[in-house]
Design a protein around this ligand. Structure first.
Ligand code: UDP
Length: 318
């Protein structure tokens, strides 16, 4: 049985990826230090004999990952929320975020080199910063503040991309990068401050929905099942070595529109209030997915209302 390693396997997207890989017949090892992930996300996988979990920070100490028949390494380990109000955000874990995307990436690339495994680095639309081009194609170099509060994530991911490609060019490691755009679904952390989870939790509690700024900034929201399908196609398709793919849903909405959609979907009596816009908050974000469509045959299938309905049901249970 071929084994896949999922770094960040107890996180939101990582836990769904572990489940899909197990269903597709792979043995899966998840590694996570649970800084922002949760063992609850993988509880249902633990009875599967092909699944194992290692609680470790991949950035430090001896990696306890000497596992047999390792063929695929997915690196998703990183805090990912920019919300300074949340203790789980990368703003509140700046050095851990820098390390896991730099040292952590290098150590997993070394493992890929040693074991001859394929490697996938989970990058982010944040590497485009506050884009001056929309939608953003993979060829756009971005507009990033190199030392602002978000730089600990944006620049760390940019470094992660650079070292991933360097291992490909220098050592011939079989590498690919995907840039994740805003993603939502079950297993999002209730309190990590992302817009979808915040709005749903607020709407379910009939408490104020907090719109940051005037809500005219845009995001494009991808349901997690579509995202995980993109991960698998990028890893397992043959023509992906040293390629970069945007994976996200081009269905662009203003954040104000999202607040109204969620309020109505929940049937909530919440009022919508405004709070200050966070520093360096991108004004727009929308993926150009032409490349993923043509090379991977990938495009998102779940529309916003269906995905939100499933996510709302999940948040009723946690
Ligand atoms: N946002 C908001 N209210 C919230 C949380 C977030 O208006 O309670 C806004 C945030 O300022 C940003 C957008 O929603 O413009 C998306 O934020 P999120 O943290 O989910 O992800 P980002 O795309 O900024 O990484």
């Amino acid at each position: 049985m071929q084994r896949a390693l999922v770094a960040g396997g107890a996180g939101f997207i990582g836990s769904h990826l572990c489940e899909k890989l197990l269903n597709d017949g792979y043995a899966v090892t998840a590694v996570d230090n649970l800084i922002t992930g949760s063992e609850k996300n993988i509880e249902h996988l633990k009875s599967n004999p092909n699944f194992s979990f290692v609680n470790q920070d991949i950035s430090i100490g001896n990696l306890k990952l000497d596992i047999g028949n390792l063929k695929f390494i997915f690196h998703l380990a990183s805090p990912a929320s920019p919300n300074a109000k949340s203790p789980n955000s990368y703003i509140n874990h700046p050095l851990e975020t820098l390390r896991v995307n730099s040292l952590g990436t290098e150590r997993l690339l070394e493992l890929a080199k040693k074991d001859g495994a394929r490697f996938l680095f989970a990058s982010t639309s944040e590497i485009y910063g506050d884009p001056t081009v929309s939608p953003q194609p993979e060829t756009y170099f971005g507009n990033v503040n190199p030392n602002g509060v978000r730089s600990v994530y944006d620049e760390a991911k940019r470094y992660g991309e650079a070292i991933t490609m360097a291992y490909g060019r220098t050592y011939g490691v079989d590498v690919r990068i995907i840039r994740i755009f805003n993603t939502y679904g079950p297993h999002m952390q209730k309190d990590d401050g992302r817009v979808v989870s915040n709005f749903i939790v607020q709407a379910l509690n009939n408490s104020p929905i907090t719109l940051y700024g005037d809500g005219s900034q845009t995001r494009s929201f991808c349901y997690v099942d579509d995202m995980v399908d993109g991960f698998c196609r990028a890893m397992f398709s043959e023509n992906t070595n040293r390629e970069v793919f945007n994976i996200g849903n081009p269905d662009e909405r203003t954040v104000a529109e999202l607040a109204t959609i969620i309020k109505e979907a929940v049937g909530s009596s919440s009022e919508i209030i405004t709070e200050d816009l966070p520093e360096d908050d991108p004004k727009k974000r929308r993926p150009d997915i032409t490349k993923a469509k043509s090379v991977l045959g990938w495009e998102p299938k779940v529309n916003l209302s269906d995905g939100l309905a499933k996510t709302i049901e999940y948040f009723k249970t946690v």
